[in-house]
Structures are given as C-alpha cells and as structure tokens.
Design a protein around this ligand. Sequence first.
Ligand code: CMP
Length: 141
Amino acid sequence: MSSIRTLAIIKPDSVRSKNAGKILSMIEESGLKVEAMRMFCLTRELAGEFYAVHREKPFYEELLDFMTSGPCIALTLAGENAITRWRELMGATNPEAAAPGTIRKLYGTSVQFNACHGSDAPETAREEVAFFFSGAELPKS
Ligand code: CMP
C-alpha cells in the first residue's frame, strides 16, 4: 500500500458536454484527494509530446486533433493506491468495455472520446505530473 500521486486529465469532450463538474464530484466522492488543478487548451506541440508513446499509432493525429479541440483540466490526485483507484474509477479505455458506473461508461462516447485520462504506472505518473505541474504548485509531502 502506498500513498502516491497520479495525473488525471478531464478531456475536452467532458468539458464541452458540461460533465467536468460531475467527474470532479465522482473523484471527490471516491476519497481521492485533489491536490492541484489547471484548466487550459493544449497546443498541438504539447499534446504531441504528452502522447509521444502513441506516435506510431494510426489514431495519433486524430488524438492530437481531439486533445487540442478545446480546454481540458489536468489534476493531480493523491491517496493510497491512487493510480489504480483512479484507473478503476475511469473504467476501460473503450467506453463500450467499461464497467457500469465508471466515468468512461457514463460520459465517454468512443474509444477516442473517452472523457478522461490517467497515468498507468508509478514512473509514468511521476513523468505526467511533472509534465503539467511544477513542484512549487504541489503540496509538500
Ligand atoms: P488515454 O487513456 O488518454 O490514452 C491514449 C488515448 O488515445 C486514449 O485515452 C484514447 O483517447 C485514444 N485512443 C486509444 N485507442 C484508440 C483507438 N483505437 N482509436 C482512437 N483513439 C484511441
């Protein structure tokens, strides 16, 4: 068991469809702690860097179109097993396969427009948190 920090993104589809507040409530009700939050529009360059691991995938350019299509909200979440808990709350990448009651099942509309993002492992979480937040913005642990 470890108290750890993870990165969450409420994606442009959720902001556009006014589901951001509902998703924030689900996060708070889950017991995960919201430590820091920023709302902004990603540039194509930043979106490309963030999703560089998918550069060779056929959906990469469409993913960048989507992630730069409007504002998104990046958050750091903390708590015991935060990475796993946030991934469980999000549900499977493809909303069709996501469990009932998960964010992606409720608010995602396709494998691309899937409402939110979460880091998948401790090293990725450290990198993704640092991508959007400076140490000065985060609580001292
Ligand atoms: P995310 O968890 O942010 O990680 C990569 C993103 O790429 C994913 O959510 C989806 O938004 C998108 N994605 C993953 N697989 C596909 C796919 N098969 N087709 C289109 N977009 C995808």
